[in-house]
Design a protein around this ligand. Structure first.
Ligand SMILES: [Zn+2]
Length: 314
């Protein structure tokens, strides 16, 4: 007897809640290698004893299990997600733990909920697909993968990704930590989305294209260090003062420098009339001083070539 067709969701009525189990099923179906080399953990619901039992049976390195336990607790405490690479006895390939928890402060758009949850899940899956990468290159692949999946899922919705890219830049300029600086990669995907055919890629192609975008658009280590140095004066300043200093650093930089690019990108997002949100803080830059900054920034951006990425985010 033929199997009954699975119930199709009415596309006119989008799902209201992220379905973790369905996402795991789909991912394991799309990437058979992950069935063998990854475990997906829902930190909000799963029980540590059950996970520990599974890892034990898979002969996962004891120290790795211990560090995963700590990560599992961190995910619950901080309300955020992680990817943890681990080793199994007698198995050469890295074994991945994707630890998912809905974000306390969303990254893919300012709202908590299904869009951010799905993209967070994809980001960590992007790590599991490239488990031997580390640091900034790994984060660029993960965000590129999540960006492509989001575009495919949403039919090209860009606002959530523009926020992701903005927030990655804002975190970098205010902390000086370059690990999650993925702005150049995500912006390139946003710029290319209308001309490149991201929608019809197979899962394997999507993963390969994400790696390619990351490779081509992640600044080299030396440049990351130079950027961190340029934005160092912002470190540990109250947000309002940090933005003032950011304006000064941005306007002092050359138009074609990455310092100008990041500074302008962060200012653009913060200077929106409706303001924005940054890890729970409302940001609204108002008053004569900020009107002047807005005019000066517009002037600099208007002088850039017509197809310059920064002009697309205006
Ligand atoms: Zn990551």
């Amino acid at each position: 007897m033929a199997k009954p067709h699975p119930k199709k969701r009415d596309p006119a009525r989008p799902a209201l809640r992220f379905d973790f189990n369905a996402a795991v099923r789909q991912t394991r179906h799309e990437y058979p290698a992950l069935r063998k080399h990854a475990i997906f953990i829902n930190a909000a619901n799963d029980n540590w004893q059950d996970i520990e039992y599974t890892l034990d049976r898979l002969d996962v390195d004891e120290e790795d299990v211990e560090s995963l336990h700590k990560t599992f607790n961190d995910a619950r405490r901080l309300k955020t997600s992680f990817h943890v690479p681990m080793t199994r006895g007698g198995v050469e390939e890295t074994f991945s733990a994707v630890v998912f928890h809905p974000d306390k402060h969303p990254l893919y758009g300012t709202e908590r909920g299904i869009v951010d949850d799905a993209a967070t899940f994809d980001h960590e899956t992007g790590h599991a697909l490239t488990p031997d990468l580390h640091g900034t290159p790994a984060e660029n692949v993960a965000d590129a993968y999540a960006a492509l999946r989001h575009l495919q899922r949403s039919g090209g919705e860009a606002e959530s990704l523009e926020y992701c890219s903005w927030k990655r830049a804002a975190v970098f300029v205010t902390t000086g930590v370059p690990t999650h600086l993925t702005t150049f990669t995500v912006d390139k995907i946003l710029c290319d989305r209308k001309t490149a055919d991201f929608m019809t890629l197979t899962p394997e192609e999507t993963a390969a294209i994400a790696e390619e975008y990351a490779k081509l658009n992640t600044p080299p280590k030396k440049e990351l260090e130079a950027l961190a140095k340029n934005f160092k004066p912002l470190k540990r300043l109250p947000l309002k003062d940090a933005f003032k200093k950011l304006a000064r650093i941005t306007f002092d930089a050359d138009d074609d420098s990455t310092t100008f690019y990041l500074g302008a990108r962060v200012l653009q997002g913060a200077l929106r009339d409706e303001g924005t949100v940054f890890d729970g803080h409302e940001i609204k830059l108002e008053g004569h001083q900020w009107d002047r900054v807005r005019r000066q920034l517009d002037k600099r951006l208007d002088a850039l070539p017509k197809n310059h990425p920064l002009r697309r985010f205006k």
